[in-house]
Design a protein around this ligand. Structure first.
Ligand code: UN1
Length: 498
C-alpha cells in the first residue's frame, strides 16, 4: 500500500458498532496514479443480514431518544468533520481523483449538512390544524420508518452519504449503508466519525461490496423499508422494479444531461467561466455537469472562440497538485464510455473543436485521463446531445431564439439541472418557469447546489423524491395523522357535525 494518509491496509465492515473483518477483498485504485491505496471487502448477503438485524434492534431505542438529543450527535459529527476537513479532503482526492479544491468543497458540503440536519432535531415540523368536530384536536407528525438502506455513488462519496444518512438518523431511523466499492474510504472515515461522536451502536452500519450482492440483498431484505439510491438509471430502474414488487419505498437520484443556455445578450466572459467550471470541473463526472451548451446563433462563433482560448489554460493531472484544475476519470470503464461517445459524435456529424482523446503519455501513463472536449454544430436529435456521457465532453447546439433554446433544453429524457445566461429580466423569469429541470440557475453554471435546498430532478432523473433540503425528511419518515377527542363522547367525523 502506498499511503500514509490511512491508518489501515484493509477496510472492515462496521456492523453494530464493531469493525468486522471480511475474507474476500479487492483493491481500491487511485485513478490519478493507478496505485492500490487500500483493500475493500466484497461482503456477502450474510453481512447484510447481520447489519439489518443489529439496526432493527438499535432503532427501537433510537426512536425514543428525543430528536434534540439525537441532534447533539450530528453536531458532534459536524465538529469532527470540520476538524478533519483537510485530511478527509486528501483521502477523497486519493480515492476519487477530484482535485483537492473540489474535495474540500465536497467535505464542506457534508459539514454544512451536519449542522443543517442537526438543526432539524429542534424542528421536524408537523402541523396542527382545526378538527371538524368540537373538543377535538388534530395534528400530523413525522414518524421514523425503521431500518433504511442507502446506496451511494463514487462521484460524491461523502456529500451524498451525508444527504441521506443525516436526515435518516435525525428522524430516528437506523441505517444500513452500501458505499461504492471505488470510493470506500470516505465511508470508513465517516463511520469512525459517527462512532467518535457517540452514535449508539447499530444506528449506522456500513457493508462494503458489490451492487449485485450487497445492494441486491438490501433491496430484497424484508426489514429494510426504504431504499435511497444515487447512481445510474440502469441500476435505479432495476431497484425500483424490485422495490415496487415489495411495496417498498424507494428514492432514486440518477442521471442528467444538463445544459447551459447562452443568449445573445449574455455576459460572454461570465458564461465561458460558468461553462468551463460546470463542464470540466470534476472532469464532468457530476450528475449536474454541463454536457450541452445551447447557444444563440448570434454569439455562437464568439463563444466558441473564447471557450477554445480558455480551454488551453486548463491544467490536467493529479488532483493532489493544487495547480491542477481537471483530474482523472474514475476508471478504465469510464474512459471507454467517453471514447465511445466521441466516436458516436463524430459519426453523427458534430464538429470536434478540441480534445476527443485519452491522455496516455508521460505523467498521464498510469492514471485515467481524458482531454477536455468540445463539439460544435450538434443537433438536438444526436446521441451526444441526448445521452449522459459522464466525462469532460460538452456539445454546442446553436439555436435561433429563446423559445427554441427552452425546447432544446427540455428535449432530453433527464431533468436534473439547467442554466441560462442573459441580462433580460423577462427571459430570466420565463426560463425559471419553462425549464423543466429540478434545479435552475440564472447566470451561473449547472453545478453547485446548496444542501438546504431540495436536490433532484424531474423526468428520467428520479422518481419524484429529493435528496438534501427539508424534503429529504419525506424520504425517511412516514406522516402520521393524530386525532385527540376530548369531548368525552363518541363523535363521528363527517356525521356528527351540527
Ligand atoms: C452529484 O453530481 O451527484 O450541485 C452531486 C453540485 C454538487 C452536488 C453534485 N453540490 O454539483
Amino acid at each position: 500500500m502506498t499511503t500514509t494518509l490511512l491508518d489501515v491496509n484493509v477496510l472492515n465492515n462496521y456492523i453494530n458498532g464493531e469493525w468486522i473483518d471480511v475474507e474476500r477483498t479487492t483493491p481500491v485504485i487511485n485513478p490519478a496514479t493507478g496505485e492500490a491505496v487500500v483493500n475493500v471487502p466484497l461482503s456477502t448477503k450474510e453481512s447484510v443480514d447481520d447489519a439489518v438485524a443489529a439496526a432493527k434492534v438499535a432503532q427501537k431505542e433510537w426512536a425514543l431518544v428525543p430528536a434534540p438529543q439525537r441532534a447533539e450527535v450530528l453536531y458532534q459529527v459536524g465538529i469532527i468533520m470540520k476538524e478533519r476537513k483537510e485530511h478527509l479532503s486528501k483521502l477523497l482526492t486519493m480515492e476519487n481523483g477530484k482535485v483537492l479544491e473540489e474535495a474540500r468543497g465536497e467535505v464542506q458540503e457534508g459539514i454544512d449538512m451536519a449542522f443543517y440536519m442537526a438543526g432539524e432535531g429542534r424542528r421536524l415540523f408537523g402541523q396542527t390544524t382545526p378538527a371538524e368536530l368540537k373538543d377535538k384536536f388534530a395534528m400530523s407528525v413525522r414518524a421514523p420508518i425503521g431500518v433504511v438502506g442507502i446506496i451511494t455513488p463514487w462521484n460524491f462519496p461523502i456529500a451524498i452519504a451525508t444527504w441521506k444518512s443525516f436526515p435518516a438518523i435525525i428522524a430516528g431511523n437506523a441505517v444500513v449503508w452500501k458505499p461504492a466499492t471505488e470510493t470506500p474510504i470516505m465511508a470508513y472515515e465517516l463511520a469512525k466519525i459517527y462512532e467518535e461522536a457517540g452514535l449508539p451502536k447499530g444506528i449506522i452500519n456500513v457493508v462494503f461490496g458489490s451492487g449485485s450482492t450487497v445492494g441486491d440483498a438490501m433491496v430484497q431484505h424484508n426489514d429494510i423499508r426504504v431504499i435511497s439510491f444515487t447512481g445510474s438509471n440502469e441500476t435505479g430502474s432495476h431497484i425500483a422494479g424490485e422495490c415496487g414488487r415489495q411495496l417498498k419505498k424507494v428514492s432514486l437520484e440518477m442521471g442528467g444531461k444538463n445544459a447551459v443556455i447562452v443568449m445573445d445578450d449574455a455576459d460572454l466572459n461570465l458564461a465561458v467561466e460558468g461553462i468551463l467550471w460546470s463542464a470540466f470541473g470534476t472532469s464532468g463526472q457530476r450528475c449536474t455537469a454541463c454536457s450541452r451548451v445551447i447557444v444563440h446563433e448570434n454569439v455562437k462563433e464568439e463563444l466558441e472562440k473564447r471557450l477554445l482560448e480558455e480551454m488551453r489554460n486548463l491544467s490536467i493531472g493529479n488532483g493532489m497538485d493544487e495547480a491542477v484544475k481537471v483530474g482523472p476519470i474514475i476508471n478504465e470503464a469510464g474512459i471507454e464510455k467517453i471514447k465511445k461517445y466521441i466516436e458516436i459524435g463524430k459519426n453523427e456529424g458534430a464538429k470536434l473543436l478540441a480534445g476527443g482523446h485519452e491522455l496516455t503519455d508521460g505523467t498521464y501513463a498510469n492514471g485515467n485521463y481524458f482531454a477536455p472536449t468540445l463539439f460544435t454544430d450538434a443537433t438536438v436529435d444526436m446521441r451526444i446531445a441526448q445521452e449522459e456521457i459522464f466525462g469532460p465532453v460538452v456539445s454546442l447546439i446553436p439555436v435561433k431564439s429563446f423559445e427554441e433554446a427552452i425546447e432544446v433544453n427540455n428535449s432530453v429524457t433527464y431533468g436534473l439541472s439547467s442554466s441560462i445566461f442573459t441580462k433580460d429580466v423577462n427571459q430570466v423569469f420565463k426560463a425559471q418557469r419553462d425549464l423543466d429541470t429540478g434545479i435552475v440557475y440564472v447566470n451561473a453554471g449547472t453545478t453547485g447546489a446548496e444542501i438546504h435546498l431540495p436536490f433532484g430532478g424531474s423526468k428520467g432523473t428520479g422518481n419524484g423524491h429529493r435528496d438534501s433540503g427539508v424534503q429529504a425528511l419525506d424520504v425517511f419518515t412516514e406522516w402520521k395523522a393524530i386525532y385527540v377527542d376530548y369531548s368525552g363522547k363518541l363523535q363521528r367525523a363527517q356525521i356528527d357535525v351540527d
